[in-house]
Ligand binder design. Structure first.
Ligand SMILES: [Zn+2]
Length: 202
């Protein structure tokens, strides 16, 4: 079987701007913001962040905090989200960190009335074990929420892009199908590697 895109190290080597023992970070293809839109990904194959072992959660928490503070230094306030195992473009855990002043919590709450506020990321693991399906969202104040519902592919991207007034960038495949937009996106990715790499590379 072919490894998934995030397990294929060669595919991400050029874009990786940060690495720890078990995680790496790189800009996402399909930048909603003008650069800085990043992914934190386990190096080993995990279906979603909720599947990570407790020892991994600690390391992930540190990596996440480092990447978030670098993103915020370069690009301003940010939100973070993950689809769990539902509607993933790649079936391998990846947290998206998106520079944004817009909090999409009320939209999510309206659509998904059943949610839980988390005290720590360790709770995400329990939720995954008990319920499997979740949407994870973290606002600019780093308050963490889990919504208990199914979702369509790219749902959180689409909502975030719409509320940021950047609807065309929500669906990354559609946006990149225009060669001019793909060119802009490539430049934003390249610039993100440079700016965040400068702050984070050891
Ligand atoms: Zn994988």
């Amino acid at each position: 079987m072919k490894p998934c895109v995030f397990c294929d190290k060669e595919k991400s080597a050029e874009r990786t701007f940060y690495e720890s023992e078990n995680f790496f970070a790189m800009p996402t293809i399909g930048q909603i913001s003008d650069g800085g839109h990043s992914l934190v990904i386990p190096k080993y194959h995990a279906a979603c962040l909720g599947e990570m072992g407790l020892d991994m959660v600690k390391e992930f928490d540190q990596v996440k905090a480092e990447v978030q503070s670098a993103v915020e230094r370069e690009y301003g306030k940010s939100v973070a989200f993950e689809h769990g195992i539902i509607g993933q473009s790649v079936p391998h855990a990846h947290l998206q960190i998106l520079p944004s002043n817009t909090d999409i919590f009320s939209t999510l709450q309206h659509r998904y009335p059943f949610y839980k506020k988390l005290d720590s990321l360790e709770q995400l693991r329990e939720i995954y074990q008990n319920r499997r399906v979740y949407l994870y969202y973290e606002n600019q104040q780093r308050e963490m929420f889990v919504f208990y519902m199914d979702a369509t592919p790219q749902y959180l991207r689409l909502v975030a892009a719409q509320e940021m007034g950047r609807t065309p960038r929500g669906d990354w495949k559609a946006w990149r199908s225009d060669p001019d937009c793909a060119k802009i996106d490539d430049l934003l990715v390249e610039e993100t590697v440079e700016r965040l790499g400068r702050l984070l590379k050891k």
